[in-house]
Design a protein around this ligand. Sequence first.
Ligand code: AMP
Ligand code: ZN
Length: 112
Amino acid sequence: MSDCIFCKIANKDINSEIIYENEKVIAFKDINPKAKLHFLIIPKKHYNTILDIDDNETINELLSAIKEIAKKYEIEESGFRIINNCKEDGGQEVMHVHLHMLGGEKLKTSII
Ligand code: AMP
Ligand code: ZN
């Protein structure tokens, strides 16, 4: 997707603060952090939404990234929150699937 900002980040065509990367997945700091730690974890391959992911390896790598990042930032014990905004009602603004990973402090209560 040539005009997708997260594809450009995955391809290193635009700069981001990358905190984790493997063959399938990349994670970087959110430009507008909503918590002390706020990362975005994305598959390098473009999928519009979480509903479009169709390969198990990508799902596994997303979960591995969560675990590795939790270890790296020492939030395994304190915990964190994973959020996926899906489509319009979910408030998805960037149409390249991404998991928000928030932590590093006690987060405000969410709606669920
Ligand atoms: P969402 O509303 O779930 O689609 O979230 C999109 C997120 O992407 C927001 O939290 C933005 O702050 C973040 N964002 C947008 N552009 C960039 C960028 N160039 N680098 C890092 N984060 C970004
Ligand atoms: Zn994309």
